[in-house]
Design a protein around this ligand. Structure first.
Ligand code: SAM
Length: 241
């Protein structure tokens, strides 16, 4: 028997929109993507998500060179339940940080929190650019929720205000236990390219919610370490089962 193709086909273009979606709503998508780049026209279908109400099927009413008008048809999926994992990382340079945001979004992280440490080299970050990378990654990986990209905080402030019920898995290149998370709110903390200072390491370890973890015998780049730890957590306590 011939399998019935799923409708709508998975390959439909998928877009994040700021406007809250509902059946029958009409909306305008600015930019050249739908009309000039994909060459879509009236009647063509796309999928939309708004980070609030899930994923929707929509039809193009008109697609011009600069914008397209769409009408929302029906909801395809509810907004996903995002595993409650934060990723705290010391900013790394452009290119690497874009990669980190893209991959953390694909892996399902809930919140991305840049943290400045004593050895942080990159001080300035363009959060708008990072958000654009997160949106693009969410569009292609079928997420219906965007990760939150928080304003950078100093490590001391992060530790002072640490939530009582959130486990903090701190990746320590000097050694620690294997990451074996229990269910519940959690965060992973990755150091800068130059590593944590001994003073910072002691301050983190003093937090009752913090547990130092090892990511193996090799010293990983900060972005590799972040993704390795997120993957381990997702496989054991996230939504990969
Ligand atoms: N201090 C080191 C140095 O400069 O040679 C390297 C720091 S490493 C590039 C950046 C961060 O990745 C570390 O602070 C740590 O959070 C994480 N990391 C890298 N390899 C790790 C490992 N094998 N175990 C645990 N964490 C690791």
């Amino acid at each position: 028997m011939v399998a019935t193709p799923a409708w709508p086909p998975k390959s439909l273009p998928r877009l994040y929109v700021e406007q809250r979606l509902e059946a029958g709503a009409s909306l305008i998508v600015e930019g050249t993507y739908l009309g000039a780049v994909l060459r879509l026209g009236p009647g063509d279908r796309v999928k939309l998500f708004d980070d609030a109400t899930g994923e929707w099927l929509a039809a193009i009413v008109e697609a011009g060179k600069k914008r397209a008008t769409l009408t929302v048809i029906e909801r395809l999926r509810e907004r996903e339940a995002v595993p409650d994992l934060w990723l705290l990382f010391a900013p790394v340079k452009r290119g690497r940080i874009d990669w980190l945001v893209e991959k953390a979004t694909e892996l399902g992280v809930h919140r991305l929190q840049p943290v400045t440490t004593q050895r942080t080299i990159v001080e300035r970050m363009n959060l708008e650019r990072l958000r654009a990378h997160a949106i693009e990654a969410a569009e292609q990986c079928e997420r219906t929720a965007l990760p939150l990209i928080a304003e950078p905080l100093k490590l001391g402030a992060v530790l002072n205000d640490w939530p009582r019920d959130r486990a903090l898995w701190f990746a320590d290149e000097a050694g620690g236990e294997a990451l074996r998370p229990e269910p519940g709110p959690a965060a992973i903390l990755i150091g800068p390219e130059g590593g944590f200072t001994d003073e910072e390491r002691a301050a983190i370890r003093a937090l009752p919610q913090a547990r130092a973890i090892s990511l193996g015998p090799r010293i990983l780049r900060a972005d590799t370490a972040a993704l390795a730890a997120v993957a381990l957590w997702m496989a054991r306590a996230g939504d990969w089962e």
